[in-house]
Design a protein around this ligand. Sequence first.
Ligand code: 13P
Length: 255
Amino acid sequence: MNKKLRKAVIAGNWKMNKTRSEAKSLIEELKPLVANADCDIVVCVPFTNLETALDASKGSNIKVGAQNCHFEKSGAFTGEISADMLVEMGVEYVVIGHSERRQYFGETDVTVNKRTRAAIDAGLTVILCVGEMLEDRELAITDELVAMQTKIALNGVSKNELSKIIIAYEPVWAIGTGKTATSAQANEVCAVIRTTIEKIYDKAAADAMTIQYGGSMNAANAAELVAQPDVDGGLIGGASLKASDFAVIIDAASK
Ligand code: 13P
């Protein structure tokens, strides 16, 4: 598989952090640090910060994403946001199927597929999250589970539409725990996902797919992780909340 065919994407998932004023400061601080980056940069911010983030990042190489969207276009879905609402604002990316949504908000592989479909239909690029729990890894079912999550999420997605998909492999046991997957473990599962794409579509589709690693990626371990042949960048939580740390990760992915 040829890594040169793909551009690395470094995305920050701010989760439920930062007020609007803090969001503005963080993006203003980040802009000059990453102006010469040779990778794509996305910040996925809380809904309330989208407008601020879009304004602050205007004219820069920083793109803005949301952290979820609903699968229906509109209707009686209190508390939800549709993909069209995001697109109208100028949002380009959306995180779908994050493990925190699966764990705490009843997200299933089927709803992940529906949200993915809706986001693509609206014109968004989806950062699709898959990953195993610690129990799954201990049962040695990581490969099967991640392949299944990938297959279900991409049900009904055509080969042409894959250019609007980034897959993020995030082992749940490594998220926010400071326990990073080793670069070998990260690469192994990213390769499983790539093989799954090849089986569903073809080798060209697998070669072109950006597959990120996420889970306690930080300024110290990013270089080794993103250097792996099947790891095309990262989805970063905690370390994306500090401009200097996030910039080091972006720098590592630009090499
Ligand atoms: P941490 O980088 O804080 O472990 O979070 C990873 C993550 O969940 C990104 O979506």
